[in-house]
Write a protein that binds this ligand. Structure first.
Ligand code: ZN
Length: 145
């Protein structure tokens, strides 16, 4: 596959992707609100500044872009054809930083949930969030006769 973007186009695209309140992150925040969860965002003072933090539960969520954080096996996690060495080492640093942040959080007693951008539309997302956050969804079963 050929990289169709010029260097400047690509860098513009990359910087638009890499903002603090990314669209996938906003989507997941809206969903969590709808499900009734309360949380803080970008908690300073925690390793890696997790995107979404549930302090009383000591649980946090990272919403990772598949490219920047190199979602393993994901079609969105390809290395650009232009300047491959640059990108390889940059992306490797990202994944190493992610691993070390997650390890540090777990050592501090936090549970970490990594949500990949490509998973946001999965139908089981709400269930996975409920499962992680420990609030099983109440199923309304019809009364038995
Ligand atoms: Zn992915």
């Amino acid at each position: 596959m050929v990289d169709r973007l010029s260097t400047s186009q690509r860098s513009a695209l990359m910087s638009s992707i890499r903002s603090t309140n990314t669209r996938p992150e906003m989507a997941i925040r809206r969903l969590l609100h709808r499900l009734g969860y309360r949380f803080r965002i970008h908690a300073a003072g925690l390793p890696g500044r997790p995107d979404i933090v549930f302090s009383p539960r000591r649980k946090c969520i990272f919403v990772h872009g598949c490219f920047w954080h190199q979602h393993r096996g994901c079609a969105n996690a390809t290395v650009p054809r232009t300047r491959p060495e640059y990108w390889s080492s940059k992306l490797l640093r990202n994944t190493e930083r992610d691993a070390s942040n997650e390890g540090a959080l777990r050592n501090l007693g936090w549970e970490v949930f990594v949500l990949w951008e490509c998973e946001l539309k999965n139908p089981d997302l709400e269930l996975r969030l409920d499962h992680f956050l420990g609030k099983p969804r109440i199923k309304r079963t019809p009364p038995k006769r």
